[in-house]
Design a protein around this ligand. Structure first.
Ligand SMILES: [Zn+2]
Ligand SMILES: [Zn+2]
Length: 277
């Protein structure tokens, strides 16, 4: 079986029935929101050409970044229901600009259309809206706007979509493991919110400077419960978002770094070793 798919399925299988139905309700709401955006985009020639012009102005890198953010909001959605003790508010599609959301929805629809019918867009651009509209009405919309869609279909569509984006973004390899990505700094908002705790019973060593953390001293506690001198951990987290002891990842502001982090969370949850959450 596809490894991306099985990671997501394993994570899903840890949910209790009420959690699962909450997740399904929230995915349905997300799909409906996207559906509504697409319908207004396709039914307004002005909005359509505005979005098209915006898309054309973006570089390939910027387009992948948009798809990455979109995927991230999907994954964040997913992992939100998996653990209650999340260390930071992650990306959500609500903090994506409407113009960017429109652009990414249209871009994905173009990709899907081209996959199904490679020559469909070989008409003059003024006809693109009609072509995309027809495709949408006959394929995508029917699947989601009808009330008869079952919970399983919603979940399945969500997983298939997430898997597709993951492959497109390419930060997860074909075995479903995060590629050893570049080092990214921990998100400033997360670092600021790290708790300070007093050392009880000295003798513990700070692994960064190898010196003892003295009894009664205020030190930094990471979510994985490892302790460090503040003066040691702050410069460390400006360079990398992983714990020096156990490589636990803190959230970052980097899109591909965040995809890798959430993916690792899902793998851990699915394998039953989600002790941090
Ligand atoms: Zn230290
Ligand atoms: Zn740690």
């Amino acid at each position: 079986m596809d490894s991306h798919y099985s990671v997501l399925m394993n994570a899903l299988s840890t949910l209790t029935p009420p959690q699962l139905s909450d997740l399904i309700a929230s995915i349905s709401a997300l799909f409906q929101r996207h559906n509504r955006r697409l319908v207004s985009l396709l039914s307004s020639p002005a909005l359509f050409s505005l979005t098209l012009r915006y898309l054309e102005s973006l570089s390939l890198h910027h387009k992948s970044l948009l798809i990455g953010k979109h995927l991230l909001s999907n994954l964040a959605h997913f992992s939100h229901f998996m653990h209650t003790k999340t260390s930071a508010p992650s990306y959500s599609s609500s903090n994506m600009k409407l113009r960017d959301l429109d652009a990414v929805l249209l871009l994905l629809l173009f990709c899907e259309l081209r996959q199904n019918d490679p020559s469909a867009l070989e008409v003059e651009p003024s006809k693109w809206r009609t072509v995309v509209c027809n495709y949408y009405v006959h394929n995508t919309m029917l699947t989601f706007s009808s009330m008869a869609v079952s919970d399983i279909e919603v979940l399945n569509k969500f997983i298939v979509l997430s898997t597709k984006f993951l492959k497109f973004i390419g930060v997860i390899d074909c075995d479903g493991n995060p590629k050893e990505g570049k080092e990214v700094a921990a998100a400033a908002a997360v670092v600021v919110a790290l708790p300070s705790v007093q050392v009880h019973g000295g003798g513990k060593e700070c692994v960064i400077c190898k010196e003892e953390m003295k009894q009664g001293r205020d030190v930094c506690k990471l979510p994985c419960t490892h302790l460090f001198h503040w003066m040691c951990i702050l410069p460390w987290l400006r360079k990398t978002n992983t714990c020096p002891c156990c490589r636990f990842r803190l959230p970052s502001d980097d899109v591909s770094g965040e995809i890798e982090r959430l993916w690792e969370v899902l793998i851990k949850i699915g394998s039953g070793s989600n002790s941090f959450f």
